[in-house]
Ligand binder design. Structure first.
Ligand code: IVH
Length: 674
């Protein structure tokens, strides 16, 4: 359609909508700080789609075209204007120092270098080419010289801008951006679970998932995968000069490209090593996988002088973390009985170092998983520690299996109490049904005494186990009858710690009702749900008396929770326990009325991931105390809770002088008010 037939107001409206959508996309996906509602965004998008269709105005870089393209038969090859090199690796402090020495010798200097430090993302390297601010092509690294043209797949990734933002910096004539496409761990796990449910094989790790997703011929498949990007450098740039790598990264951010917020600048290799140590500790709290830290000489003039060897630049180093996977041998397969009686098979292995930690046990999840992986005693296995702390067996190295290794059989009786185990049809979990089983009792008591429950100090696993084994504690109610005299005769028990425990138990008699409800360990009733219930029912008695309808009235309580609560309270045993607790003087204090609650009416904004809480749960906890959660920081915000890898909201909070809490402080605040 000829442009002259199109009303000028349509042309300008289309341009305006594109600009707005690009900006809001950036606020939402890159900054994680939206300024319009999803509904408004959808409205703009619908209007643009309608206009583009009516006047045949769609262009490849329009925000409507992220997922529009047709499947390809094969990928074309693309030559990189500048080779995409790889990095030299270092695995120890000594090797990192050698790198620094080498640079100093090469440049004949004794001066310490300013370095830029970046997390080394474990994903798939790509190059994006922007011509006059428009994304024109995107490709994989390939062999470093030639990669595959995966433009239409990259366009489906919302954190990749189709057009550069030009508010702070004009778009250069040519910009080649390099970055890593990756998948966050929670999404990776969810995605793998969905694949397994559909009978498709799971991806071994997020890196394979990212690479596999990018190499789909049908962009609709890529679009459905939860991919993200972090940009870490440039290739050829025309129309903008830089002095330092730091300046490059800051400018990429201004153009709306996503740069990892954990990047740092430091002087000298010792500071870089210290930072590496720090990052290695924080690594398991991050929502994505990193396998090390990249150290780069900041000055581009020095980078130029240093140049490159055949495959890697001299000015950069991948300083890796200790491996998170290792092989070892299975010595035994034990089963572990949890708080709810769930029986989990565990591999007991020859100790091996994985990700800087010595590991000798790994979860095998459940009977079906052991069968699927066919893990046997005597097998050599690959174990890994991912984002979580519990290591798991990835696979068996079948070639190394001893000839006499026998398939694992789930025990039929509880290894602790001897009760016959049950596995209801359709369920994956095998359980010990005995409520008096020492194992489940011990775990239940530990949960009861935990920080988010009755918060009884000093009741560690060993002591609790002793108390249960000696028959001193048959349920959590018995804790309140313990005397110093009961405790002292237990092995190696000093009078002072006995006294401390008894007084800690005594002090726990009055706790906020929400924590008491949580302490009971009712299935599906965690910390947040317990808080919600406490807001609605001012006492345990009222909660017990609530029928299903009343329970379903509580926002956040669904059928599963309601049924579980009713089931719990219907049991004679649980009723007897509650009576015992009440007789002992245990009382849940009802939450203060909302207005009087210190958090009543307060506004919270979350940014970054929390290590021990999901975002939803944290929100529910605030809501349960009468607080509000909003998505963007303003002068009206009372608290910004900054987790791991916080977004720009943190900077904004600082700017506006809003109180910033880390996860620990946030929990303290909640504890004091719930
Ligand atoms: S810089 C010339 N920075 O690691 C410099 N690479 O072994 C080349 N990677 O293929 C890369 N995070 O996929 C650089 N912050 C980072 C990185 C990073 C991950 C990957 C990249 C590259 C490989 C190099």
């Amino acid at each position: 359609m000829a442009e002259k037939n199109i009303p000028p107001q349509v042309i300008s409206r289309v341009a305006e909508l594109r600009e707005r959508l690009n900006y809001h996309n950036y606020r939402y996906y890159v900054l994680d700080d939206p300024v319009v509602s999803d509904a408004e965004f959808d409205r703009f998008m619908a209007e643009l789609t309608r206009l583009e269709e009516a006047y045949d105005l769609a262009t490849p870089d329009s925000p409507t075209q992220r997922v529009g393209a047709q499947p390809l038969d094969k990928f074309e090859t693309i030559s990189h204007r500048q080779p995409m090199l790889s990095l030299e690796n270092a695995f120890s402090e000594a090797e990192a120092r050698e790198f620094d020495d080498r640079l100093k010798r090469f440049l004949r200097t004794a001066e310490e270098f300013p370095y830029v430090l970046e997390p080394k993302m474990d994903g798939c390297a790509v190059e994006l080419v922007y011509e006059n601010g428009r994304l024109t092509t995107g490709s994989t690294r390939g062999d470093g010289y030639r990669g595959e043209n995966v433009t239409q797949n990259l366009k489906t990734i919302h954190t990749i801008p189709l057009g550069l933002l030009t508010e702070a910096e004009p778009a250069p004539e040519l910009l080649e951006v390099r970055g890593e496409v990756y998948m966050d761990l929670p999404e990776f796990k969810q995605y793998n679970a969905e694949r397994l449910a559909r009978g498709e094989p799971a991806f071994a790790n997020p890196r394979n998932a990212a690479a596999g997703s990018l190499r789909q011929l049908d962009p609709k498949i890529t679009a459905a995968r939860p991919l993200k990007i972090y940009c870490y450098g440039v290739g050829e740039v025309r129309g903008r000069n830089f002095d330092t790598h730091w300046e490059v990264l800051q400018t990429l951010k201004q153009w709306g490209l996503r740069v990892n917020p954990l990047i740092e600048r430091c002087r000298g290799i010792e500071a870089a090593i210290a930072s590496h140590r720090d990052l290695e500790h924080r690594r398991h709290g991050l929502p994505y996988e990193i396998d090390g830290m990249v150290i780069k000489v900041d000055s581009l003039a020095l980078q130029e002088r240093l140049g490159a060897k055949s495959r890697s630049p001299r000015w950069a180093l991948a300083y890796k973390f200790a491996a998170t996977q290792a092989t070892t041998r299975v010595l035994a397969i034990e089963v572990n009985v949890g708080r709810t009686g769930a029986v989990t098979p565990m591999a007991v292995m020859e100790p091996v170092e994985v990700g800087g930690v010595t590991v000798s046990r790994a979860t095998l999840h459940n009977e079906d998983e052991v069968a699927r992986k066919d893990v046997r005693v005597g097998d050599t296995v690959l174990v890994q520690r991912a984002g979580d702390v519990i290591p798991e067996v990835v696979k068996v190295i079948v070639e190394e299996r001893p000839p006499d290794a026998k398939p694992f059989k789930m025990p039929t009786v509880c290894p602790v109490c001897g009760s016959e185990l049950v596995r209801p049809e359709g369920e994956k979990v095998t359980r010990c049904p005995n409520p008096d089983c020492v194992a489940s009792l011990t775990r239940g008591i530990q949960h009861f005494a935990g920080k988010s429950a009755m918060d009884i100090d000093g009741l560690g696993e060993k002591i609790v186990q002793k108390l249960v084994e000696e028959g001193l504690v048959k349920d959590v109610g018995d804790l309140y009858n313990l005397t110093e005299g009961d405790l002292i005769p237990l092995e190696r028990f000093a009078a002072k710690s006995a006294r401390n425990i008894v007084s800690a138990i005594e002090a726990s008699k009055e706790v906020p009702l929400g924590r008491l409800i949580n302490a009971l360990g009712i299935r599906y009733v965690g910390e947040a749900t317990a808080q919600l219930l406490a807001r609605h029912f001012p006492s345990l008695d009222k909660l017990m008396a609530a029928d299903q309808e009343a329970l379903l009235h509580v926002e956040g309580v669904g059928e599963q929770v309601a049924a579980s609560l009713q089931d719990f309270f219907a049991h004679d045993r649980n009723q007897a326990l509650l009576k015992k607790l009440t007789t002992a003087g245990v009382r849940g204090l009802p939450p203060k009325p909302q207005a009087a609650s210190p958090l009543g009416g307060k506004t919270f904004v979350f940014t970054g991931g929390l290590a021990n809480l999901s975002r939803d749960e944290a929100k529910a906890m605030v809501a349960a105390r009468g607080g509000k959660v909003t998505s963007s920081v303003s002068a009206k915000t009372d608290y910004v809770v900054a987790g791991v890898d916080p977004g720009s909201k943190l900077a904004k909070a600082r700017e506006l002088g809003v109180t910033i809490l880390d996860e620990a402080k946030f929990r303290e605040l909640l504890k004091g008010s719930g």
